[in-house]
Design a protein around this ligand. Structure first.
Ligand code: SAH
Length: 246
């Protein structure tokens, strides 16, 4: 589908703003994009057959409006099952990978979750649907600011976005029930592992700069660490003290 026209405006708390409405040419007629239908197609025809079947995760993916987290010019691609650029050489992950990581974390409604790599804020919004509170760290300030706007305008007030190097975590709020790293790490960052509760889970893409294993790291109640690989993947690099150098 191709969006072919931009029109419209909306009133926000700050005044009137132009807003993109995407139209698609269908049978020779201009039709406004039907986001609900596109989301349903993505979830029912692509994600569920690929194993994203956890009811709470599926419900969260129905609830979060992905079109609100990507640049307006890419609006008509909001429900494609692929990553998209969000500026500053960064990407919003493919919906399948978001579903897979979230499902592996098994987020409970009482959980305190830490995310490293806020990006657009989309993954944080999915987590916010499921958890009690989400702390999310983003290294690029402009993305952190944009993600805050995206999240708060959608009512996700249980997400705290922090600008900084996430490889060192946020020790002040540790320990966390769940930790998710959405950028490629050379190894499991030791500081973050130490901030994970006994009985907690972490998902992290680890490997070289170009291809990684998506690892599920489980910390047993006695503190022992178990690792398993969910799949191969390709993330943008985690840059920082316990990540890659610039
Ligand atoms: N979860 C995001 C996608 C993440 S892309 C979403 O839903 O849109 C990876 C993000 O990690 C990028 O925005 C990048 O700037 C950020 N990043 C890389 N290294 C980081 C670090 N050390 N600390 C915090 N964020 C980091």
């Amino acid at each position: 589908m191709r969006s072919i026209i931009t029109i419209g405006w909306e009133k926000t708390g700050l005044g009137w703003f132009t807003r993109k409405l995407n139209f698609t040419l269908s049978n020779g007629r201009l039709m406004a994009n039907d986001w609900e239908k596109e989301a349903e197609y993505l979830i029912e025809r692509e994600l569920k057959p690929e194993g994203i079947t956890d009811e709470r995760v599926v419900a969260a993916m129905y609830s979060v409006k992905r079109e609100k987290f990507i640049p307006g010019s890419l609006g008509d691609k909001a429900y494609g099952n692929y990553p998209l650029p969000i500026g500053e050489n960064q990407t919003i992950s493919q919906p399948y990978i978001v579903g897979l990581m979230t499902q592996a974390l098994d987020v409970k409604s009482s959980d305190k979750v830490l995310e490293i790599g806020t990006g657009s804020g989309y993954q944080a919004a999915i987590l916010a649907e499921l958890a009690s509170v989400v702390y999310s760290i983003e290294r690029i300030e402009i993305l952190a600011t944009r993600a805050r706007t995206n999240l708060y305008s959608q009512g996700y007030n249980n997400v705290i976005v922090v600008h900084g190097d996430g490889t060192e975590g946020l020790p002040g709020y540790a320990p966390y029930d769940k930790i998710i790293i959405t950028a490629a790490a050379p190894d499991i960052p030791e500081s973050l592992l130490s901030h994970l509760k006994n009985g907690g889970k972490m998902v992290v893409p680890a490997g070289d700069r170009f291809v990684q294993d998506l690892l599920l790291v489980e910390k047993a109640l006695n503190g022992r660490i178990y690792k398993s690989s969910l799949c191969g993947c390709r993330f943008v690099p985690l840059i920082g003290k316990e990540g890659w150098k610039d």
